[in-house]
Design a protein around this ligand. Sequence first.
Ligand code: HEC
Length: 180
Amino acid sequence: MAVCDAVHFPPMLKLWAEYVILSNPVPGPLLGLILAILAPGAVLAQQCKGPVAPFLVQDGGIQAPLCGLIGDVGRGRALVAGRQGNCLACHAAPIPEQAFHGDIGPPLHGVARRRSAAELRLQVVDAGQLNARTVMPPFHRVAGLTGVRPDRIGHPLLTAAEVEDVIAYLLTLDGKPARQ
Ligand code: HEC
C-alpha cells in the first residue's frame, strides 16, 4: 500500500493544483496585479540608483517622468524662484515676491500652453538637446561639462525629483489668470 501511495500521490497533487487554479480565478489576476505593481517599481528603483536618472528622448521630449516620480507644484515653484534653480536669472515668471526677473530667456508665463510636459522636461533636463547653442544650463546632465566645482562633479544641478517638481510647477503656467 505504501508503494502504491507513493506512485499515485504526484498525479493526485497535480490534479489538486489544477483544480485550485481552475476553480479559483483570483490567484492568476491577483498575481498579475501584484507583479504589475512590484515589477516597474523594482525596475525604477534600480534605474534611479545613481545621481542621474536614465531617460529616453522621443518626439522632441522626454515623455516619461524621471524615475516615474510625481512632482510637487509648491516645491517646484520654490526651486524656480530660489537660488538652486536660478531660473529667474534668465526668465520672468509669475513670482511677484522676487524683485529680479531676467530676460535672457523667454518669459515663462503661459509656457504650458506652448510646450508639452515632455518638451518642458527635456528643456530642463538638457536644453542643449533642443538648441545646441542655448545658454540655459543642463539641469540634469553631468557628462561633458567643464569648469564644475570638484565636489559637484557627478551631481546634477537638480535631482530627478527636483526636475519633476519644476515640471509640475511649469505645467501650472497655463495662461489662466489665477495662475498667470
Ligand atoms: C542662463 C540663462 C538661463 C537659465 C539660468 C535658465 N534658462 Fe530656461 N531658457 C533660457 C533660454 C536662452 C531659453 C530659450 C530657448 C533655449 O535657448 O533653450 C530658455 C528656454 C526655457 C524654456 C522654454 C520656454 C518657451 O517659451 O518655450 C523653459 C520652459 C525654461 N527655459 C525653463 C527654465 C527653468 C525652469 C529654469 C530653472 C530651473 C531655467 N529655464 C533656467 C535661458 C535660461
